[in-house]
Design a protein around this ligand. Structure first.
Ligand code: HXC
Length: 519
């Protein structure tokens, strides 16, 4: 065959591979309101940067007529490219080929890009849209999944791993995304569950829809499995690109600096009056975050889950940081099981990838009650304490208002190796709130007063005394647990200076195999 013929054949084969399962199935994919695997990659990567690998891979199965159902590429598009000029490895399951189901060879393609990403120290993004294990291939498919799981585990903490769920994701298949750092889901097209509605009905009798069992909002708000929910695939992919901008290539690097046009010494007078005089009055901590960070840009993670704590990425003077903030607007910013898990996972992610932590504290304590105790608030609260205590990245803590009891210790206090711990004059750092303290301290006196009016007068008087003595930042500052009490309007500048002073910070935990965080 002449070379022209050979090249013609190559071009034809490429064209065939690019069609995946063929025009009809592409149309069916579009009719479901979904993009194809390749359209997704085009949106994700910088234009023209995609280099595809393994386009000519086909499966080798013969059972159940599979020998007559062969597609070039075998149901997953893999390769590498760039996002804002930075190297990224990607795999995108192609639902038009046997429902994007995972075969032996399809898994090998995914494993190959994961191995390459590990060698190069570059993030991996998985775009998931699959009917799960390729049923015709039996245990070969299961072992393919396990090969991917093992790589997810080994890559954890080495390179960032992101998963977008853009179609079905059921059975054991959910565990690869679950082993990665962040999961994004899209309204209307994606769902995740270990066991679908039909089997659920047979086994437990529970009647439930796909959406209510494993839709995006369920996982974003109830289970916490999904960190981001988007209205469209375009939005999901734009979110992936933004997340990449906040993270480094791997654990040995830091996130590239972004040019900052927002003045670092910006004075925000609004912050001096943002905390209400009444300590029981809520306010929205997002208003404070948005005022402090570069250009008011805050990428909130887990927005719909455990709203009593806010976590997410932002920048100070162009440097990527992770922000953790109690949210007084929801359950008074109390720490409960879900909030502790949410923040602990985020703190650990930031620590893995050299992203400094800025913590804004306004916490009245842990949520009391049997539901919390039976659910294990002890070991779950300990997760957050553990995460902060073992984090060696720069840690800057600002106490805005309440910081009571055990929750004070948990929220990146000095003794958990907080580097710079500042407080606003409105801070109340104490063992407990005034009212609770008086009920304990003055129990005898209080029980002797029968008249409710006189009782209230007594409590009010004592509250003033207690607040003056303990509910302020100066007790903690007296012992050096707070490095400085700062004027709220200067906070941005003080954080930026603190981060600059910590740029060369080196710290490490004692040698060990690994820690044993209370899971
Ligand atoms: C082989 C599959 C497949 C699978 C879908 N297809 N899932 N082929 N193995 N797992 C094929 C279909 O036969 C069809 O082929 C094409 O993909 C599109 O599927 P449709 O059913 O037409 O699409 P849709 O109506 O959108 O339904 C999608 C679906 C459904 C809900 C995902 O296909 C489905 O229920 N599939 C089976 C899901 C499942 O039970 N998977 C195994 C889970 S257990 P044609 O040729 O007609 O286009 C598992 C274990 C993992 O994954 C363990 C890891 C440890």
């Amino acid at each position: 065959m002449a070379i022209e013929e050979k090249i013609k054949k190559l071009v034809e084969m490429r064209a065939e591979a690019r069609l995946g399962g063929g025009e009809k199935r592409i149309d069916a994919q579009h009719a479901k309101g979904k993009l194809t695997a390749r359209e997704r990659i085009d949106l994700l990567l910088d234009e023209g940067s995609f280099e595809e690998l393994d386009m000519f891979v086909t499966h080798r199965a013969t059972d159940f007529g599979l020998d007559k159902t062969v597609f070039l590429g075998d149901g997953v598009v893999t390769g590498y490219g760039t996002v804002d000029g930075r190297l990224i490895y990607v795999f995108s399951q192609d639902f038009t080929v046997l429902g994007g189901s995972l075969s032996e060879t399809n898994a090998k393609k995914i494993c190959k890009v994961m191995d390459m990403a590990m060698k190069a120290g570059a993030p991996v993004i998985g775009l998931n849209d699959s009917g799960g294990a390729r049923i015709q291939e039996g245990v070969l498919s299961l072992s393919g999944y396990a090969d991917i799981f093992q790589r997810n585990i080994e890559a954890s903490g080495v390179i960032p791993q992101l998963s977008a769920i853009l179609g079905p994701c059921a059975g054991g298949a959910v565990y690869s995304p679950a082993l990665t750092d962040f999961i994004l889901m899209t309204e209307g097209i994606s769902y995740m569950f270990v066991t679908g509605p039909k089997v659920t009905k047979t086994v437990t009798g529970e009647d439930i829809t796909v959406e209510n069992l494993g839709g995006p909002m369920i996982h974003a708000s109830k289970s916490g499995v999904a960190h981001f929910v988007s209205e469209s695939e375009q939005e999901a992919i734009a979110t992936l690109r933004r997340i990449i901008s906040y993270v480094p290539q791997n654990f040995m690097e830091t996130t590239p600096l972004v040019e900052c046009n927002d003045p670092i010494d910006r004075i925000d007078d609004v912050l001096n009056n943002i905390i209400p005089d009444n300590p029981n009055k809520p306010y929205n901590v997002l208003d404070i975050i948005n005022t402090l960070v570069d250009n008011g840009e805050f990428e909130e993670v887990h927005k719909y889950y455990a709203k009593n704590i806010v976590v997410g990425f932002a920048r100070f003077n162009g440097q990527s940081v992770g922000i953790v903030a109690n949210q007084p607007n929801f359950l008074a910013g109390v720490l409960d099981i879900d909030a502790s898990k949410k923040a602990a996972r985020f703190v650990r992610f930031c620590d893995c990838f050299n992203i400094p932590l800025v913590t804004l504290v306004d916490v009245p304590g842990f949520l009391p009650g049997s539901t919390q105790e039976y659910g294990g608030i002890i070991s779950n609260g300990a997760k957050l304490m553990f995460a902060y205590g073992e984090a060696t990245v720069p840690k800057v803590t600002i106490t805005l208002r309440k910081s009571y009891g055990g929750a004070h210790d948990v929220m990146s206090c000095k003794q958990l190796k907080g580097d710079f711990n500042y407080a606003w004059p409105s801070a109340e750092i104490a063992v407990m709130g005034a009212q609770g303290a008086i009920e304990v301290l003055d129990f005898k006196e209080l029980s002797a007063i029968e008249d409710p009016e006189k009782r209230a007068e007594y409590v009010a008087e004592k509250e003033v005394e207690y607040r003056e003595k303990f509910a302020n930042p100066y007790q903690a500052a007296k012992y050096g647990f707070i490095d400085d009490v700062i004027e709220p309007r200067n906070t941005r500048f003080r954080i930026i200076r603190a981060l600059a002073a910590l740029a060369t910070k080196r710290d490490k935990m004692p040698a060990k195999k690994h820690t044993n965080i209370p899971l």
